[in-house]
Design a protein around this ligand. Structure first.
Ligand SMILES: Nc1ncnc2c1ncn2[C@@H]1O[C@H](COP(=O)(O)OP(=O)(O)OP(=O)(O)O)[C@@H](O)[C@H]1O
Length: 294
């Protein structure tokens, strides 16, 4: 690669639909291939639901904005959510009946593997690279999801300078391996990450990274787990937030009636090489995650 052929080569980034035109529009077409997209949020915002959804939408033909390939789901938190997964299988089959005329089962095109620590993840990715290269294995993976990356690093490393350096070294090795696979094989990589509460403005956790000055969720100021070095390992960061809202006031329970509360969920583009800041409301149903017009 040199500056000349950078100009000559047309950009070949494909986008994988999220299965909802509103979400796709907010993300400039969907999840990009050839790079790492991070979904970051507090627990319960729908990272897993959205990740599972992508395992199916990536199987769609490119005419339906999919990647026409298989997907790999590496999960680090147990147990695997089978009930939600089977709900999504049914929903995906019913919304794409033409694709399943030949009794094609979308589950046959999803590979799953549990991962217990960061070293194991690195070994799996190294082996995957070999399998994708080897035509005999016929492993046509176009979407890799790691749910969640933070869980791998939570307990293994201490807060000492030595361990932080080791941790940082692993971040860069894992992300280099993922980016290598993404670019070589035109794969979209999605990793989920958790947030931690932000207690003060000092230190690297308070450093603004991306479009949004402060990330808020459930009334708390939060920041993505794994710090600044991990922030440099991903290409795109999407933040899912939620807050409680009053949806209406019903009758009963005294003079004021009772307050009906619900959750407002938002997806924000924190940073992305191809996108400005954008924000979109979404809901989670058993059929999956979908955007809602404001
Ligand atoms: N079948 C469903 N119908 C409606 N809502 C659902 C359904 N499944 C999940 N949800 C909603 O999604 C939320 C959990 O989503 P999910 O587990 O994907 O979040 P998460 O961000 O991955 O959380 P964690 O970090 O704990 O894994 C639940 O709180 C619930 O509100």
């Amino acid at each position: 690669m040199n500056p000349q052929n950078l100009l000559i080569r047309p950009p070949q980034t494909q986008f994988c639909t999220l299965g909802c035109p509103i979400l796709d529009k907010a993300l400039g077409g969907g999840i990009p291939t050839n790079s790492i997209t991070e979904l970051v949020s507090e627990s319960g915002c729908g990272k897993t639901q959205l990740s599972l959804q992508l395992l199916f939408t990536s199987q769609l033909p490119t005419t339906h904005n999919g990647l026409n390939g298989s997907s790999l789901y590496l999960y680090t938190e147990f147990p695997f959510p089978y009930r939600r997964f089977t709900q999504l299988v049914k929903s995906f089959q019913s919304t794409h009946p033409i694709l399943f005329e030949s009794a094609r089962d979308p589950q046959d095109y999803i590979y799953m593997r549990e991962v217990h620590d960061a070293h194991q993840l690195f070994d799996i990715l190294s082996h995957l690279s070999f399998c994708l290269e080897n035509k005999a294995t016929k492993l046509d993976v176009k979407m890799i999801v790691i749910d969640s990356i933070a869980a791998l690093f939570r307990s293994e490393f201490e807060n000492s300078a030595r361990d932080l350096k080791k941790r940082c070294d692993l971040f860069f090795r894992i992300s280099a391996c993922l980016k290598g696979i993404a670019k070589r094989f035109g794969v979209a990589v999605v990793v989920t990450n958790q947030v931690v509460d932000l207690m003060d403005d000092g230190g690297t956790s308070g450093v603004r990274v991306g479009n949004i000055e402060w990330l808020w969720s459930s009334g708390r100021r939060v920041c993505p787990a794994l710090g600044l070095s991990w922030a440099n390992c991903v290409n795109t960061r999407l933040f899912l937030s939620m807050c409680e809202v009053v949806e209406g006031v019903g009758e009963g329970l005294g003079d004021d009636g009772f307050v009906r509360r619900g959750k407002r969920r938002e997806l924000h583009v924190v940073f992305a090489p191809h996108l400005p800041y954008s924000c979109c409301d979404y809901v989670i149903r058993k059929e999956g995650v979908s955007g809602v017009e404001r």
